[in-house]
Each structure stands twice: as structure tokens, then as C-alpha cells.
Write a protein that binds this ligand. Structure first.
Ligand SMILES: Nc1ncnc2c1ncn2[C@@H]1O[C@H](COP(=O)(O)OP(=O)(O)OP(=O)(O)O)[C@@H](O)[C@H]1O
Length: 448
């Protein structure tokens, strides 16, 4: 290189032949140099030369480097579907910034795949968070309202076992709070940030439940999802699967469930590989599972796997002291007539706490604000029950009770015999009265 012109030619040739894209701006931010690789990578054409970069590319970051004098390395850029990584540096001449250079590389295939993988990972994470949020529990142990010693004992056992991975079997009639306990256990468990998924085994037809629980591989059966589908075990991974009404699972599915409990792995329908899952099982039933075992409807080995911890929730009628306790807590702010409370406590609540809550919710709807809740505010069916209780416990004057009994006896005796005088005499004899008295009483009660 001899002359200045030659030197400039050399530098130009070097920049043009580089495998990296180069763009240079001067102190004023005007583009001075751009090489063919820059055009290939970014799509920016040489007619930008001589123009302020910012007017041509408003999002350009190079002017920032010019202003701050600080380099930026590995900045990810995306414009018009072109993705590349840029290094930016100020150009110093004798200690002064005279411009800035941008050197860019397009992302190679591996980098693109890595980015795609990262994006997908992020998406999976977001979806998992969404699943967890969707399957968050509403109830904790604080929400179990009780004043009953047996219930307190159950809560204490449930609390102690919540943080273990032991399966729990919850027994109890419908509406006694089995799911409430299951949710509270999940909330207090190590997997509380992960999903709680409840499956009502009696609501899903047996031919579909295997697919629901274990999922399937792509094209596993006609109508199967093309991409395959994760089952509830996979969705609940790290969290809790609540199998409500477990006795309704078919023997086949029971066998598969037993395998999951033993191996800690599931296999999607149509797939050979096993997938590890870490799922806490809480099962519930209102049936006597031993009777089901005797009829070959339930696997004994599965019961022994499930009943590591058994919580047997008593029906509400066996803990009547809980009725006013729950009622007061639900009816916060409402005054309740004594007659209502007495009736609520007497009633047997076949639908347990669910039924009690529904009746109380209805009564709160019917009563105006600040109005005392009276029998008229209860649902019709409960008002009817109330009348029956009243009848049962009503105190009659004694003569009314005697007359009612006399009428019943006479009616049934006369109904089953003829009407001749001989036959009537026979009835009078049987009843231990004279024929005249029999006729008098028939007249009195208007019996023919
Ligand atoms: N001790 C309690 N305190 C407050 N609310 C309760 C209590 N027990 C149950 N409940 C409420 O009663 C309703 C029924 O409870 P839950 O669904 O847990 O019963 P379940 O035994 O699972 O019923 P099923 O067997 O019919 O599914 C829910 O609204 C629940 O919050």
C-alpha cells in the first residue's frame, strides 16, 4: 500500500469481503459505510449511505453507542422476519469519538434452533403456570368449620400427613366435605404450588377414563389427537390428583392405577415408553370398599395401596353440634329465629353440609337485609319438613288423642266385616262394648 488512495481501496476491499455485516456512522449519525453482507443479513441497501441512520431505521441502537461511548455485544435484533446478533462499538480517533461501527452476524441454524427451543421452554413454563393457576385450590384447613372432637382429630391427622407423599383415602357420605379435605391437604402439601386436579370417576364413562387419566400417543386410536395428548396424571405432575368416587373405576383402570402407585410412572395409550410422574393421590368414596372387594368389583391390593391414611368423615347427623356452628358461620350478619335453629338441628341432613349450605344460602336470598331469618325464608321442601316435625311433636289434649285412637280402631273393625246386626254384635263383643255403645260411637264419628 503506497498512496492514501491505495490504502482506502484496501480497507474498502477488506470490509466488502468480510463475512460479517458492517455499518459505520460518523459523529453526526450519518451512514458512511455499509458492506454487502450487512445488506444480505439486514436487508438494508447501500442507498442509506449519506443519510442519517435514525431517519432510515428509527429503532437503530447504534446512535446510543455513539452517545454513550459504550460498546454493546451480542444484541439480538429482529426486523422484518430477519434475526441477527449485533456488536456495536464507538470509533475513537485520538481519544475522541468520531463515529460508531455495527458488526452483525445472522443467526446460524443451531442458534436459531436454540432460540426456538428457549421460546418453546418458556411457552411450556407459561402453560404449566396457567394449569397451576387454573387448578389452584379454594379451600384450606381454615375453611373446615367444626366444633366436633372427631372432626378435630381428623383434621389433625390430615395436617400431619399432608406434607408426606402418602396416598390418602377419604370416606364419607356425599356432601360431608371429602373434597374440602382433599383441597386442604393439597394446600398444606409440598406440591401446593402445582396443580390440584379433581376427577369424578363416576361422571366419566369407563371407556374414556383411561384416556383422561393417562393420555394417548399420536394416532393411538381413530379420533385420537394428531399430536397425542397428555393425561391428567401428567397435568397434575408435582401436585395432587383427587380421584373422587374411586369405587366407580373399572377393574382394568384400577390395575393401571395400581401400577402408577407402584412404579411412579405412566404409559400413554399406544405408547411403549414410560413417563415418570410424581403425583400425590387422594381418593374418596362413599361406598364400603370391602363389600366391593367381596363382589370382585374392587382390587384388594389397590385398597391396601390407597389406605395408607384413612380419613372417615362422619355424617352431619352424627355431629349435630356442628349444625348451629356452621349455620352461624355461614349466616354471618343475619339473625336467626330460634324456631329455625331448633329445626335445623333436628333435621337429619341426608345431603350433609352441602344441603345445609344450600338451605342457608337460599334463606339469605329470601330474607331482606337486616331481617331475621324465619321458617318462611326456607325452601318449600324444608318448610314441609318443618310442618312434619311439628305434627310429630305436637301435644294434643288427651281426649283428642283417645278419640283419634277410637276412630281408627272402629274404622278398621267395621271395614273388615258385614253390616248385619249379628255381625255388628260380633264386632261389639270383640271390642268389649255393648251393641248400643257401638252404634252410638258410629254415630259420633259418622262411620257407616
Ligand atoms: N366442615 C365444613 N365446613 C364448611 N363447609 C363445608 C364443610 N364440609 C363441607 N363443606 C362444604 O359443603 C360442600 C360439599 O363439600 P364437598 O364437595 O367437599 O363434599 P364431598 O363429600 O366431596 O361430596 P361428594 O361426595 O358429593 O362429592 C362444599 O361447598 C364444602 O365447602
Amino acid at each position: 500500500m503506497g498512496t492514501i488512495e491505495e490504502t482506502v481501496e484496501w480497507w474498502k476491499a477488506i470490509v466488502e469481503s468480510m463475512n460479517d455485516g458492517v455499518l459505520v456512522i460518523d459523529r453526526a449519525g450519518v451512514v458512511k459505510i455499509i458492506n454487502p453482507e450487512y445488506t444480505r443479513i439486514t436487508g438494508v441497501t447501500p442507498d442509506i449511505i449519506g443519510k442519517p441512520l435514525i431517519s432510515y431505521r428509527p429503532g437503530a441502537k447504534l446512535p446510543e453507542t455513539l452517545a454513550s461511548g459504550e460498546s454493546q455485544v451480542g444484541v439480538y435484533r429482529k426486523t422484518h422476519d430477519r434475526e441477527y446478533v449485533v456488536d456495536m462499538a464507538p470509533i475513537f480517533v485520538e481519544g475522541e469519538i468520531v463515529g460508531a461501527v455495527s458488526v452483525c452476524k445472522s443467526l446460524n441454524e443451531v442458534q436459531l434452533l436454540t432460540r426456538e427451543l428457549e421460546k418453546q421452554r418458556q411457552k411450556v413454563k407459561e402453560l404449566q403456570e396457567q394449569i397451576s393457576a387454573l387448578h389452584k385450590v379454594r379451600y384450606t384447613f381454615e375453611d373446615i368449620i367444626t366444633n366436633d372432637a372427631k372432626m378435630e382429630e381428623l383434621i389433625s391427622v390430615a395436617k400431619k400427613t399432608a406434607a408426606t407423599d402418602l396416598p390418602i383415602l377419604i370416606k364419607g357420605e356425599s356432601g360431608t366435605g371429602k373434597e374440602l379435605f382433599a383441597q386442604a391437604v393439597h394446600h398444606a402439601s409440598l406440591g401446593s404450588g402445582k396443580p390440584f386436579i379433581a376427577v369424578n370417576c363416576s361422571a366419566i364413562p369407563s371407556e374414556l377414563i383411561e384416556n383422561e387419566l393417562f393420555g394417548h400417543s399420536e394416532g393411538a386410536f381413530p379420533g385420537a389427537s394428531e399430536k397425542g395428548k397428555a393425561g391428567l396424571f401428567e397435568m397434575a405432575d408435582g401436585g395432587t390428583l383427587f380421584l373422587d368416587e374411586i369405587s366407580d373405576l373399572s377393574i382394568d383402570v384400577q390395575a393401571k392405577l395400581l401400577r402408577v402407585l407402584q412404579e411412579g410412572a405412566i404409559r400413554r395409550i399406544g405408547e411403549a415408553v414410560e413417563r415418570k410422574v410424581n403425583v400425590r393421590i387422594v381418593a374418596s368414596t362413599h361406598r364400603d370398599l370391602h363389600q366391593f372387594i367381596a363382589k370382585d368389583l374392587f382390587r384388594e391390593d389397590l385398597l391396601y395401596r390407597l389406605n395408607a391414611v384413612v380419613l372417615k368423615i362422619p355424617p352431619l347427623r352424627e355431629r349435630k353440634a356442628d349444625i348451629p356452628f356452621i349455620a352461624e358461620s355461614v349466616l354471618k350478619g343475619y339473625e336467626v329465629d330460634r324456631e329455625v335453629m331448633t329445626f335445623l338441628t333436628k333435621y337429619d341432613w341426608p345431603g350433609n353440609i352441602r344441603e345445609l349450605r344450600n338451605v342457608l344460602d337460599f334463606a339469605m336470598c329470601m330474607a331482606n337485609e337486616n331481617e331475621q331469618i324465619v321458617i318462611d325464608h326456607l325452601p318449600d321442601i324444608m318448610q314441609k319438613q318443618h310442618r312434619l316435625y311439628e305434627e310429630e311433636t305436637k301435644v294434643f289434649p288427651l281426649y283428642e288423642a283417645v278419640e283419634a285412637a277410637e276412630r281408627t280402631v272402629l274404622e278398621s273393625a267395621l271395614q273388615s266385616s258385614g253390616t248385619t246386626v249379628e255381625e255388628r254384635q260380633e264386632i261389639a263383643n270383640t271390642l268389649g262394648i255393648s251393641l248400643a255403645t257401638l252404634y252410638n260411637k258410629m254415630k259420633k264419628y259418622n262411620i257407616r
